[in-house]
Design a protein around this ligand. Structure first.
Ligand code: AOS
Ligand code: ZN
Ligand code: ZN
Ligand code: ZN
Length: 430
């Protein structure tokens, strides 16, 4: 597949744009220098940024109503990796892929690992799936998985998670993300405390199977598919469970998994303060778990989250939560959406580095609310696009990833190579 993105093609694209990028970079560099900021340092910082790709994100998503397949969708895990490699080739910021089992279960983990390595990709944390039944499965998850009343269903869910760890070990992953849809749809349907006790009991079994250098990420979500009470609904429950389980258990924040208007950056600050912030599923949303492209609805919120992360890194250099995209692309080419989204998250990261923390602290100390807010806005309003483009040029990625991708004809070529299957559908659940 990489034939479409050989060196020559990207180099040609970059050559055509580099004079403009250099000019913009110089102009921004001059402006930042007057503010006491070094554009070279910021560009080097931008080049350190990485965010993992969700294997399920490269297929077209859907809703509970319908899924409208796109052209040339990947049909298996190898083709998903091919698409992820294109994203990394053109953005330079997505070197790892997060797999979801059993959707991506390899017949031969070594073969998959080698295939990924040849594409220049590694594997991020692996995800278990006990939110749907698989063909031939002995016990149903209709009434829950890790919290099910049925001990056999719980044992099956625990065993599946342990199997995910085993596959992940063979692939070189270092973490397991556990999101369960368990909960209830009616008041009285479940004993609320009993469900959480069963969850903890199941999670202890999974935790015991974690290798020394692995982390377990607990992903909470307010509602859906359980519409009355979700067992792991909020960061408080997630924090309590991670604390109960031990140091290898951390909390994962998916940006779409909160009640509307929740102050997510404050959750980030709290979890970081108590050493339990494990990582993120980046996306954007207007109403619920919309899984829209990162930065497409509320880029200021994304910036404020990164502002908290910059504060946390300033306090502890070892602080390094894991970053991943978790999105559903229903009306766009998933490769384009993922490229844009990775760049939007990188943008927020660089903008947060522009915040003059001493000035901010000064205004905070003076209770100068107006100027403190302006200190943040000043950074947020700065267009760092030339820094991002220069970082890509220097990393050998594409100056304008979407333009380069469109010019390549990759999607149309895949449409030929990967004809749609009748009734084709990927999960559509994200
Ligand atoms: C579900 O809403 C979550 O965001 C999970 O991260 C899930 O495992 C993933 O989106 C794939 O469905
Ligand atoms: Zn998620
Ligand atoms: Zn989501
Ligand atoms: Zn979600």
């Amino acid at each position: 597949m990489n034939k479409l993105f050989d060196r020559g093609q990207v180099e040609q694209h970059n050559a055509a744009l580099s004079a403009d990028i250099n000019a913009d970079f110089e102009a921004l560099g001059g402006m930042l220098a007057r503010r006491g900021q070094d554009i070279e340092k910021l560009t080097a910082l931008a080049q350190t940024f990485a965010v993992a790709l969700p294997s399920w994100g490269v297929g077209t998503g859907g809703t509970r109503f319908a899924r409208f397949p796109g052209k040339g969708e990947p049909r298996n895990v190898f083709e998903k990796l091919d698409d992820c490699a294109v994203i990394h080739r053109l953005t330079g910021v997505t070197p790892a892929v997060s797999l979801h089992f059993p959707w991506d279960k390899p017949t031969d983990a070594n073969e998959l690992r080698e295939y990924a390595a040849k594409l220049g990709l590694g594997f991020d944390s692996v995800n278990s799936n006990t939110f749907q039944d698989q063909a031939g499965q002995a016990h149903t998850y209709k009434y829950g998985s890790l919290t099910a009343q049925d001990a056999a269903a719980r044992a099956q869910a625990v065993a599946h998670n342990i199997e995910c760890i085993e596959i992940g070990k063979a692939l070189g992953s270092k973490g397991l993300t556990v999101w369960v849809g368990d909960g209830s749809n009616f008041p009285g349907q479940q004993n609320l405390r009993g469900a959480l006790e069963r969850y903890l009991d199941s999670m202890r079994g999974i935790y015991a199977a974690l290798p020394e250098d692995w982390l377990m990420y607990i992903e909470h979500k307010l509602f859906e598919p359980a519409f009355y009470a979700t067992t792991i609904a909020d960061w408080g429950t997630s924090f309590a469970c991670a604390t109960e389980l031990g140091p290898k258990a951390k909390c994962l924040v998916d940006l779409g998994h909160h009640a509307p208007n929740t102050n997510i950056e404050m959750i980030v600050a709290r979890l970081a303060q108590f050493g339990k912030l494990g990582g993120f599923h980046f996306n954007d949303s207007k109403y619920g778990d919309d899984d829209l492209d990162s930065g497409s609805i509320n880029p200021f919120q994304l910036f404020l989250i990164f502002n908290e992360l910059a504060d946390a890194s300033g306090r502890d250099a070892a602080f390094k939560p894991s970053y991943m995209l978790d999105q559903s692309h229903n009306v766009t080419d998933p490769i384009e959406s993922l490229m844009n989204s990775a760049v939007e998250v990188q943008r927020a990261f660089v903008q947060s580095a522009l915040v003059d923390r001493a000035t901010l602290a000064h205004y905070q100390g003076q209770n100068d609310a107006l100027q403190a807010a302006q200190a943040l806005k000043h950074a947020f309003r700065t267009d760092v696009s030339p820094i991002l483009a220069m970082a890509r040029l220097r990393s050998g990625a594409a100056a304008d990833p979407v333009a380069c991708y469109r010019a390549s004809g990759y999607r149309m070529a895949q449409a030929e190579l990967r004809p749609a299957r009748a009734g084709a559908s990927s999960s559509g659940i994200v």
